[in-house]
Write a protein that binds this ligand. Structure first.
Ligand SMILES: NC(=O)c1ccc[n+]([C@@H]2O[C@H](COP(=O)([O-])OP(=O)(O)OC[C@H]3O[C@@H](n4cnc5c(N)ncnc54)[C@H](OP(=O)(O)O)[C@@H]3O)[C@@H](O)[C@H]2O)c1
Length: 263
């Protein structure tokens, strides 16, 4: 379905974004890879010689980054058929442990840049009457997490926005899908907590099926994709329990002093 199309992937230098780039290239989809670590992007591009791959080094926390990215894509004469808003990060810290800059920087990448890129790239997609947007959220979007409050809230923003846009942009021919992974074996956990808790290993999913579930869900026009039966059950259970119980449970299982902080 995506053969011959062009996908722009933010956060393509590692983890889920890198794996999506590999899977899309195997389908014959051309790529524009975006992240800060140029050497990682160049190394990946060199491995994906079967399709056309462009690399754009950019810090999406910068206020003008989305517009700069859009302008650079226009300057190169590329058409973005598929936008994958994947770049993101989180901290396992309480609000008072985090500086304001850390928290706002996270919101800038996870939410502000994502919204701006949708606004910029959806317009030409609507003009063509065709486009696909995949936004990477998290199972933590389903419930507030004391001890990881700003991250969970930033992902709830992604999910609420995406689910509304799934309906809103449908008449324009644009498919909007939310991918909400649970714990996935990437660099995410180490960045969030400084080190990987060995007890977490068993619950972590490999990156391949997570990326595949997102791309398949997008191709099928699904609104929300949660990879893994255990994580789908988790989102279902949280909808059945009283809110106050869910929030306390999330804090004790996934919050500051435990091993589940990245789901
Ligand atoms: N792994 C999990 O357990 C898990 C669970 C739920 C949701 N998620 C979500 O999945 C997405 C991908 O994360 P991952 O697990 O693949 O982690 P990862 O391996 O750490 O990848 C994160 C990607 O985001 C990019 N990025 C971070 N800050 C950026 C910035 N300021 N500007 C541009 N790019 C930036 C990184 O590239 P550079 O550092 O090179 O810029 C990297 O390519 C994130 O949105 C994350 O919240 C992950």
């Amino acid at each position: 379905m995506f053969s011959g199309k062009t996908a722009l992937i933010t956060g393509a230098s590692s983890g889920i974004g890198e794996e999506m780039a590999r899977q899309l290239a195997a389908m014959g989809c051309n790529l524009i890879l975006v992240a800060r670590r140029t050497e990682r992007l160049d190394a990946l591009a060199a491995q994906l010689a079967e399709v056309s791959v462009g690399v754009i080094t950019l810090d999406l926390a910068l206020r003008d980054a989305p517009q700069m990215l859009f302008d650079e894509v226009q300057r190169r004469g590329s058409q973005v058929d598929i936008l994958i808003n994947n770049a993101g990060f989180g901290y396992q810290k309480s609000t008072l442990e985090m500086s304001l800059e850390e928290q706002l920087g996270m919101v800038d990448v996870n939410d502000r840049a994502l919204l701006a890129l949708i606004r910029l790239f959806a317009e030409p997609m609507a003009g063509r009457g065709e486009g696909w947007i995949l936004n990477v959220s998290s199972v933590s979007a389903w419930f507030p997490i004391p001890g990881m409050a700003a991250y969970a809230a930033s992902k709830a923003f992604v999910q609420t926005l995406s689910r509304a846009l799934h309906e809103e942009l449908k008449p324009s021919g644009i498919t909007v899908t939310t991918l909400s992974p649970g714990g996935t074996r990437t660099e995410f956990s180490a960045k969030a907590r400084g080190q990987m808790d060995p007890s977490l290993e068993k619950a972590m999913m490999p990156v391949e099926p997570v990326a595949r579930a997102g791309l398949e869900g997008l191709a099928r026009g699904k609104a929300v994709v949660v990879p893994g039966g255990m994580y789908r059950a988790m989102t279902w259970i949280t909808r059945c329990l009283p809110d106050s119980v869910v929030v306390r449970l999330a804090g004790s299982v996934m919050g500051r002093n435990n091993s589940w902080a990245d789901v």
